[in-house]
Ligand binder design. Sequence first.
Ligand SMILES: O=C(O)[C@H](O)[C@@H](O)[C@H](O)[C@H](O)COP(=O)(O)O
Length: 250
Amino acid sequence: MTLDRPAPLVEVHADAATLATAVAGELLNRIADSQAAGHVPDVGLTGGTIAEAIHREVARLADASGVDWGAVQFYFGDERFVPSDSPDRNVGQARAAFLDEVGARRVHAVPASDEVATAEEAADAYAATIRSTGSGDFDVLMLGVGPDGHIASLFPGHAGLDAVDAIAIGVHDSPKPPPDRVSLTFEALNRAQAVWFLVSGEGKADAVRRGLAELTPEDEAGALRETPARGVRGTAETVWFLDSAAASLL
Ligand SMILES: O=C(O)[C@H](O)[C@@H](O)[C@H](O)[C@H](O)COP(=O)(O)O
């Protein structure tokens, strides 16, 4: 499903701090350029450690960016199905790191476990939000990558990898706590125009190696079950933003 798309590009930075600054700057430029062309860009955010560092850099660089924070929409590639005030919520972390500070007004959160009864209900409601508020073709979709090659909440060997005809799904027994989550599906993730993988640290080097290994039609199905990051490419662009430690096996 992604072999006919532009091949992934790789951009390596010395360390996590310079990686975060570079991605934050590129994101602000993309948003500003999209707005200058008269669009309201849709941006997909991710949870995770390097994403947090990037978010804080966005806040630091925002004033000089010229971005109109009322004319950009934010979504999440996945979310933890926990109470809305839980520190585990990706939206809460993103709000604290930059969304509230810059005054982002169009933030589309996945319903929390104190708002709907099940992760499946949250997934259905979130899918309806995506359909009603945006194109679903994210201008930029950022994805952290786990040491096992997971992206969003699509984990190796899990049933969610096989979801079809769905924008978002409920995920249970996640190997990364908390266990209950909501995730966009491969179908939804692959509608993005630009997919940016954000990867930092030695512990991710093997996942990066596997994620960037040559995709052949024969192994596409099997390979992405083992390393879900292999299953996502942007329609126009895919970039692996790495620090040197994460790139050390390339
Ligand atoms: O909700 C989540 O947990 C994230 O969306 C998840 O996909 C994360 O991006 C990766 O696990 C990388 O996380 P780290 O950068 O903290 O390793």
